[in-house]
Design a protein around this ligand. Structure first.
Ligand SMILES: Cc1cc2nc3c(=O)[nH]c(=O)nc-3n(C[C@H](O)[C@H](O)[C@H](O)COP(=O)(O)OP(=O)(O)OC[C@H]3O[C@@H](n4cnc5c(N)ncnc54)[C@H](O)[C@@H]3O)c2cc1C
Length: 416
């Protein structure tokens, strides 16, 4: 086969599409031959249409990565919802009392702490930018693959392809992960996250509000049109009942769980519930294949980190592939891929464990460790140093970062 690609990415979700864009935009020498396999390419939302149900909080690091591949400029300003503050509190505390943990962008010298953006909008902007830069998007689904010494041969619903490196960016139920025999630890939380749009009596003040409930978590993400997107993670049976309840019953339960923080609430959209699980692949790579994003790791949505971690996987893998190319190394060589795995697995495990502990001891539980964790919110609030650490994590600008994040941010790698 003489039309072998350099890199074939299975899955054009936000992570796969970002990797594709970074590989093309970072090409200083001879261009890499990159293609994306994506059977369900979305269109950007129509101008003036209401916000989609599926939105995510994108960190500053993610903003830099989207900008680097030409996607950020494609997102209309009115569909970007910056948030300037986060207010986090436990059910044992009053929503406007002294034990609320407040992170404020102004205190960190930042204009905001990130942006809430529709998933579909980000995915469409990334894929459009990639295509315009000369990338190839193949509207097909992976069927099967075979790893050879110098290439991977892939059977799709539309024909056969070959690549020197195959990347699985095909989400939590990754067919690539399965086909290359990589195992994972999986934990079913027994919870589902309800997502919906609401209006609130009190303005959201460009603040992300989050309450740990003793039996789950409730977040209000502020949108530019004044509405809020809720992510309400609770036991699956209760979530199913609430999705069936009348809009008035739903809003009344929501007001109760929000402890009146935003006043009266009205449901203004459909509701959808997503079962929650944690997944951590034991290995991210084999010869000629790598996993990125949800294909490698899935975390609880309470910290709004899933896609942000995946975009950092994409940036790290892109950097190592481009470095290998400038050294005339094979991008699919296990030596290159192992560096990616060592780098990202430790970062993802650290964040995954922190999020898991928040869910176990703050969102649930009543033992001594939970009481300690609840008090911890107040301690963090009173310590400028701890707050800076958590703001750095929320902005995605701490930990070991790929060069593209630090270059744009003008900061030293590893600085909080
Ligand atoms: C309720 C909820 C709220 C969340 N909120 C946040 C948040 O605020 N911030 C945040 O950072 N994260 C959040 N997340 C997590 C975030 O949604 C995921 O981490 C993110 O979507 C993962 O992106 P991905 O590109 O890895 O995978 P996906 O988004 O799942 O994309 C996978 C792509 O692969 C394609 N595909 C699948 N199978 C195949 C195949 N066989 N062949 C070819 N293509 C295939 C699919 O069509 C899809 O486009 C949230 C998650 C949930 C459930």
């Amino acid at each position: 086969m003489n039309d072998t690609l350099d890199v074939l990415i299975v899955g054009g979700g936000p992570v796969g599409a970002c990797l594709a864009g970074l590989l093309l935009s970072g090409a200083g020498g001879p261009a890499l031959r990159v293609a994306v396999l994506e059977p369900e390419r979305p269109r950007a939302p129509e101008p003036g249409s209401p916000f989609d149900l599926r939105v995510s909080a994108f960190s500053r690091a993610s903003e830099h990565l989207l900008a680097a591949c030409g996607a950020w400029a494609r997102i209309p300003r009115e569909r970007l919802s910056p948030f300037e503050r986060m207010r986090v509190w436990h059910a044992s505390a009053a929503p406007h009392g002294p034990d609320v943990l407040v992170f404020d962008a102004a205190h960190a010298g930042e204009p905001n702490l990130g942006h809430i953006i529709e998933n579909r909008q980000v995915q469409a902007a990334l894929l459009d930018a990639f295509e315009e830069a000369g990338g190839r998007i193949i509207p097909a689904r992976l069927r099967d693959l075979e790893i050879g010494e110098d290439r991977v041969t892939v059977t799709t619903t539309e024909g056969t392809l070959a690549a020197r490196l195959l990347v699985g960016a095909d989400g939590a139920r990754s067919a690539v992960r399965e086909a290359i025999g990589l195992t994972a630890d999986v934990l079913e939380y027994g919870q589902s996250a309800i997502v919906a749009m609401v209006t609130t009596e009190r303005p959201h003040e460009r603040t992300a509000w989050q309450r740990f409930l003793r039996n789950g978590t409730l977040a209000f993400l502020p949108l530019a049109d004044g509405t809020s997107s809720i992510v309400w993670s609770i036991d699956t049976a209760r979530a199913a009942a609430l999705c069936e309840a009348s809009p008035e019953e739903f809003a009344a339960e929501l007001e109760r769980d929000a402890d009146g923080a935003l006043g009266r609430i009205r449901l203004v959209s459909e509701r959808a519930a997503f079962p929650l699980r944690r997944l951590a692949a034991h290995r991210y790579v084999v010869h000629r294949c790598a996993l990125v994003g949800d294909a490698a790791h899935v975390v609880h949505p309470l910290a709004g980190q899933g896609v942000n971690l995946g975009l950092l996987d994409a940036a790290t893998l892109a950097e190592l592939i481009l470095d290998a190319r400038s050294e005339r190394e094979d991008p699919g060589a296990l030596r290159v891929l192992r560096r990616y795995e060592r780098w990202r697995k430790s970062e993802n495990q650290l964040m995954g464990s922190m999020i898991h502990a928040f869910n176990r001891f703050l969102a649930h539980g009543s033992g001594p460790l939970s009481r300690l964790a609840q008090r911890g919110l107040g301690w963090v609030n009173r310590s400028e140093e701890l707050k800076r650490f958590f703001i750095g994590r929320a902005l995605g600008l701490s930990g070991e970062l790929p060069r593209i994040c630090t270059a744009k941010a003008g900061i030293e790698a590893g600085a909080p």
